[in-house]
Structure formats: C-alpha cells, structure tokens
Write a protein that binds this ligand. Structure first.
Ligand code: SER
Length: 376
C-alpha cells in the first residue's frame, strides 16, 4: 500500500461510518492562537471539542499536517519526524470511546491487514485525580488484543491547560522474531495510533472539570503507519521519503543516523519555508533557523565542504526555498568563523563554566548549543 492508498482506505472507512471529511488546517495557526505550529489534528478543533457546534457535524475525519519540536532529540531514530501527516477521526459528543476502539481495531485488521498478534494496547491505569480506564481494558480483552495499564503515558493533553483525557494507545510489533515483552518494556513495540477519551478540561489552577460534551479524538501518524504496512525498517524507507533517499546518499556519504537527521530537518525546513516563514531569531523563524543549523552541523561534521548548494532545487520544493536555505547556510558559516575566532582567545581556554557561556551568548551572540558544537 502506498501512502495514497493508506489515506484513501482510512478516509473511506470513516466516511462509511458517517464521518465528514474536513480539510486539514494550515500548519501555521492564526495569530490569535498561542502556539507557533499546528502540532496535532485536534488542535484546530479545540473550540468544537469544547462544545461549539461544528458546521460539518459531530463525526469528522481528516489528514492534518503537523510539526513537533518536542521530540527534536529523537529525530534520527527510526520512527520520529519533525513534520508529519496525522490521520485523525473525531466524535464530537457523539459515539463512545469503546466504539472508537472497536472501529480502530477493525480498520487495522480488515482495512490494513494487520494481524492481531502484532498488536498490543495500553490504557490509563488511573492516578490521584482520575480512576483507571476499566472500560477500555475490557474492550481490548474482549477483542483478544493484549493490553497493559500505565499512568502518565496514557494521559493526553495539548498543553498545560485545555481539553485532555485518558487515552488508549495501539502499538505494533516491529521486531524480527515473534512478539515478546510489552510496550512499556520493549521499544520494538512502536506506537501507531492514539485514541483519546477527551472528556475533561484542565484549568489554570490544575484542576479538572468535565467538558460540556464527551469526545473522542484519534490520531495516527501516516508515515509511521506506512512504514509498518510497507514492511520498512524506518519511516525514511517509505515511499514518502523515496525522492530524498534516492538523492541524498549519492551527494553525501553520511552514517545512517546523520542521513536521517539531515533528511528530516531539510524536509521540515523546506515545508515551513514553503509556508512563507523565514529564518530569524524569534518565533517560527527561530524554529526554521534551528532546524537548518542543526542540519548543517550534522552534515558538515566530517567534511565542511558539504553544502546545501549540492542539492537539486526540485527536491526542496523549488529555487526560492533552496535560496533561503543557502542564505541561512552563509550566515551560519559567518557565525561559526566568528565563534572560532572568539573561542581561540586565552580567556576561553579549558573547560567553560556557566559564566563563560553567558558571556559568549550575551556579548558575542554565540548560543551554548553552537559553542558546544565548536568545542567538539
Ligand atoms: N491528540 C492525540 C495525539 O496527538 C490523538 O489525536 O496523539
């Protein structure tokens, strides 16, 4: 199944069950929104999860482009991406969470052909404020899918305040041999789908109150699902990354992890620049700047003659995007040269303390991350 087939199968499944397909929102939320980027499918739907009637009804389905920088240090592993597409379904105060789990299992088994043996579920085991999710536990047992309870890993919120609730996550066995262990103890169980019982709201005081309506919010990363269904070792081996992985290894001889980081950061920067964001020292621009500079640091670790100029423009979405990345590369090179000059001064010899880092940052405009990289 290529990603188009996967998306079609997902949308058709929910359409047949009364869900209206809604257009994904922009990756850049409106100015009234406090977040820089859309980080999940539910984020643009927040007012409707809180009770405002949605013009397209109470059952919705979509594909939402998302960007997350919370997992930046995990980028380079087999499953995390900075920019990804999320397949989402919602019940806005309509059907129940158990119904969502049943449909989820049905789609994985019949729509995507995943055998039950390869699945494992987790459910919320309860904490001081909310009791254990015995209902979901019962559903998974009834469906014959192994299940375990956790605390923090099975609680979903989109920030410190706002809609939240216990969730049930579905994991897929990616190991070579027969499945063993469980998601909390064996990383070869990879999370593919999250079904959130979004029925509570956390206030400024940390307290929880019931939302006006009981919702279900599900989200499944498209690239990760594709890697499972296409039998790939990593998301980078799926059809989504085919153009990148065909070209990048022919340009640069990088180890596997570095190649993945370069690929992810280049693609994410290209997407965000394509949305009109330009590298800068604040807000969204700073996110792009960090992505490009992290990418360049990894790219040039063994050979500082490597440059984004080696890239064909089509790969990054056109000559404008390529030009922006190249300009940022030029600026970064200047900063590095200056950094090297400053660091060669006697006062910066030896191990640097917090005071030195502060001075380098405040007086010379050299962030700690960059200094650490230079010293390495
Ligand atoms: N909001 C949940 C998530 O992002 C499910 O969509 O995982």
């Amino acid at each position: 199944m290529n990603t188009d087939d996967i998306v079609r199968t997902f949308l058709d499944f929910y359409r047949e069950r009364g869900h209206e397909p809604i257009t994904g929102s922009s990756l850049l939320p409106p100015p009234s929104d406090p977040v820089l980027f859309t980080t999940s499918g539910m984020h643009p739907l927040t007012p409707y999860l809180k009770g405002r009637p949605h013009p397209q009804g109470r059952r919705l389905v979509n594909v939402q482009r998302c960007l997350r920088t919370t997992d930046l240090d995990e980028i380079g592993d087999l499953t995390h991406l900075t920019v990804f597409d999320m397949l989402g379904s919602w019940s806005l105060g309509d059907y129940s969470h158990p119904q969502s789990l049943r449909w989820g299992y049905e789609l994985l088994r019949d729509g995507f052909g995943i055998p039950r043996e390869k699945l494992y579920a987790t459910v919320f085991g309860g904490d001081e404020q909310v009791g254990p999710d015995l209902e979901s536990l019962g559903i998974w047992r009834e469906l014959g899918v192994p299940v375990e309870s956790t605390r923090d890993e099975n609680w979903w919120s989109n920030g410190p305040v706002g809609p939240c609730g216990p969730d049930s996550e579905i994991f897929y066995w990616t190991g070579d041999g027969p499945p063993e262990g469980s998601p909390t103890g064996d990383p070869r169980w990879v999370e593919i789908w999250n079904h959130v019982h979004m029925r509570l709201e956390r206030g400024e005081d940390g307290g929880l109150v019931p939302l006006r309506q009981v919702n279900v919010d599900t989200g499944m990363g498209l690239e990760r699902l594709a890697s499972v269904l296409q039998g790939c070792r990593s998301v980078y081996d799926t059809d989504v990354f085919e153009p990148w992985m065909r070209v990048l290894p022919t340009l640069w001889d990088l180890d596997e992890r570095s190649l993945r980081v370069v690929c992810d950061h280049l693609r994410s920067s290209a997407v965000v620049i394509g949305e009109g964001v330009r590298p800068s020292n604040t807000g969204r621009g700073y996110v792009v700047r960090r992505l490009i500079r992290r990418m360049l640091t990894v790219l040039r670790r063994d050979d500082d003659s490597r440059t984004v100029g080696d890239l064909p423009g089509e790969l990054v979405g056109g000559s404008t995007v390529r030009g922006v990345v190249l300009e940022e590369e030029r600026r970064f090179s200047q900063v590095l040269d200056r950094g090297r000059r400053v660091l060669s001064r006697p006062e910066f010899r030896g191990v640097l303390g917090d005071e030195a880092y502060r001075l380098l940052h405040d007086t010379y405009g050299l962030p700690r991350e960059l200094v650490v990289g230079l010293l390495r």
